[in-house]
Design a protein around this ligand. Structure first.
Ligand code: GSH
Length: 233
């Protein structure tokens, strides 16, 4: 055992991606243990009663059973911020803190519902089950549901490198984690229509804090999705 932190889930989860980026930014070492959402073991359901990934175990607290675990990416990131304050990912200023939480929620609910349920799942879950990907649903999401969500973020960013202040916050991480989810299958949004958002996303994706998760996803998807899908038509 080299570290006290274990993340249960899958690199393909955008919520796990968010937690991994926060841990990397804070310089925290962590182990990963795969838990599939399609076949969740009972020991994990006891930890995550809502049946969701990711969950974090801190072995310094307890190394077995539900004790020592926290489920839900936002709760985990809140815990990590208190456990390891440097590098901070939540703004110090009260109002900025509130704005960061809002953008995290916007990403975790708005982008995740559209991109996850409407694009990632119809393609990847079908492929996992050896079925044809549901590209009709994915196209509808790409062309109708995601653009208004990206519009809001484009206006919010307005050419800046970060959503709030001059350094990476949970807002940047949460948004980039969700955009990566659709990028893996369909590419980034159109940079001519959402220039600020795409520049922000590309910079975040290239940041060190995302590299371990990027590699994990690439490994899983290499054979499954050798080429991205063109959903624009
Ligand atoms: N609010 C949760 C959402 C987590 C979530 O929805 N995870 C998905 C995977 S990306 C999941 O576990 N889904 C299980 C299912 O739909 O059965 C968080 O922030 O961690």
């Amino acid at each position: 055992m080299t570290t006290s932190l274990v993340l249960y889930g899958s690199p393909l989860s955008p919520f796990q991606r968010k937690v991994e980026a926060v841990m990397a930014l804070k310089g925290l070492e962590y182990d990963c243990e795969d838990v599939s959402v399609m076949d969740m073991p009972d020991w994990y359901k006891a930890i995550s009663p809502l049946g969701r990934i990711p969950s974090l175990r801190d072995r310094d607290i307890a190394d077995d059973g539900p004790a020592g675990t926290i489920t839900d990416s936002s709760a985990i990131c809140g815990y990590l911020e208190k456990r390891q304050p440097e590098t901070a990912v939540y703004p110090e200023d009260a109002f900025d803190h509130g704005r960061a939480l809002w953008l995290e929620e916007y990403a975790d609910t708005g982008l995740a519902m559209a991109g996850g349920m409407g694009l990632f799942r119809p393609i990847i879950f079908n492929l996992f089950q050896r079925k044809e990907p549901d590209l009709d649903t994915a196209r509808k999401t790409w062309n109708e549901k995601l653009p208004p969500l990206w519009d809001y973020l484009e206006t919010y960013l307005d050419g800046r490198a970060h959503f709030i202040g001059d350094s990476i916050t949970i807002a940047d991480i949460a948004v980039a984690s969700q955009i990566a989810q659709t990028d893996m299958l369909a590419g980034a949004p159109d940079k001519d229509r959402w220039p600020s958002l795409v520049a922000h996303y590309q910079a975040m994706r290239a940041h060190d804090c995302f590299q371990r998760n990027n590699a994990g996803c690439d490994k899983i998807l290499a054979k499954m999705v050798p080429e991205k899908f063109d959903l624009s038509a």
